[in-house]
Design a protein around this ligand. Structure first.
Ligand SMILES: Nc1ncnc2c1ncn2[C@@H]1O[C@H](COP(=O)(O)OP(=O)(O)OP(=O)(O)O)[C@@H](O)[C@H]1O
Ligand SMILES: [Mg+2]
Length: 348
């Protein structure tokens, strides 16, 4: 098996509650994998179990050909970056980063060299002698990152490392994180409940719910062609429309007929149309719907369109200098092929 990490039938129970319900997961070397899911679905518990901080109730964790679920956390050589920076307040930046190497009894000259290299990588070389309290939140999180990579970890584990930062800092650190991970090529598992962070950072996303994996794919696969409605809705806005399905065709409530790109699914909840795929234009003749509300957002305009079957969301981007007024009668132009979504109850 060429996976860097393999997780087999992993369960975790707290008292009588099953928090992880038999997780199976293979992560190839160098992959940046995102664990995405709503609050309480077990992301942190899974990450902490992989790190060794939490013991699983049952199951196995393998690092290449070595079983590690009984190995002490510090012996796993994993780099950890958490939401709170947990730096030693009385130690300088350099000392904080050096700590893990000192624990491993690395020689002084080697420590100095590696600490300097790690601080340069995160852009903090010039702040090596500061104390944590003399740094901004973003800088503290960079120290935490340097501390995680300086040990040359086999795997990097992140638990919502950007969630305590303001939006702008989050964006810039997110880009740096991604660039750094690609440069180091280290297998990484990154927990978040933020779908845009997941799509921006991940080579692959694993969607979780209630202690189980729902589905897994690249950001574009999960965004464009999810199996489940849960995934479609968790990864962004989507219209889920009750359509009349006959073979590989469907009839939408306002009468339009479209091809289905994944016919033959069972336990279908509806067809999906992302708001940015639903084109609208003023109706010349008989309208399909009426503008109920609009919201100008700069780069895009959001519309709520009342149509047979319910209210639909549409987003038009760029270019236009006008906004369709409330009450405007419109033609709806969904894409030529639509995607069926299954209900989660249909999960095998
Ligand atoms: N030490 C514990 N003892 C008892 N229950 C726990 C413990 N740790 C976590 N849980 C429960 O396990 C479930 C999963 O928690 P976990 O922290 O893994 O969720 P999460 O997906 O990381 O959520 P969030 O996005 O809010 O961080 C929750 O219902 C939580 O209350
Ligand atoms: Mg968590």
């Amino acid at each position: 098996m060429d996976a860097s990490i393999s997780i087999r039938r992993l369960t975790k129970q707290f008292d009588a509650t099953s928090v992880l319900k038999g997780i199976n997961l293979d992560i190839p070397p160098g992959r940046f994998l995102i664990l995405l899911g709503p609050s309480g679905c077990g992301k942190t518990t899974l990450l902490r179990t992989i790190s060794g901080i939490t013991d699983p109730t049952s199951g196995e964790i393998w690092l290449r050909d070595k079983r590690i679920d009984g190995v002490a956390p510090e012996k796993r050589n994993f780099g950890l970056v958490f939401q709170t920076y947990a730096l030693f307040p009385h130690m300088s930046v350099a000392k904080n980063v050096a700590f893990g190497l000192e624990m491993r009894r690395v020689g002084k000259a080697e420590i100095d060299r590696r600490v300097a290299a790690a601080l340069d990588l995160v852009g903090l070389g010039h702040l090596a002698s500061r104390l944590p309290k003399q740094l901004s939140g973003g800088q503290q999180q960079r120290v935490a990152l340097a501390r995680a990579i300086v040990i040359e970890p086999g795997v990097l584990l992140f638990d919502e490392p950007l969630s305590n930062l303001d939006a702008k800092l989050r964006d810039s650190l997110r880009e740096d994180l991604r660039a750094l991970q690609q440069k180091l090529g280290v297998t990484s598992i990154y927990v978040t409940h933020d779908q845009s962070e997941a799509m921006a950072l991940g080579d692959e996303i694993v969607v979780m719910k209630d202690g189980a994996i729902v589905e897994r794919g690249t950001p574009i696969e999960l965004y464009r062609r999810p199996i489940y409605r849960f995934t479609a809705e968790f990864l962004g806005m989507t219209n889920v429309i009750q359509a009349q399905i006959e073979g590989d065709q469907c009839r939408l409530p306002w009468g339009a007929v479209r091809r289905i790109e994944n016919p033959g699914e069972s336990q279908v909840e509806g067809v999906a149309i992302r708001p940015e795929d639903l084109l609208i234009e003023p109706a010349e003749g008989e309208p399909d719907g009426v503008v109920e509300q609009s919201m100008f957002m700069g780069a895009a305009t959001h519309y709520w369109i009342k149509a047979a079957g319910g209210t639909l969301r549409a987003i038009t981007s760029g270019g236009s200098n006008t906004i369709l007024p409330v009450g405007q009668r419109v033609k709806l132009m969904p894409p030529p092929a639509l995607h069926l979504l299954k209900s989660l109850g249909a999960q095998s």
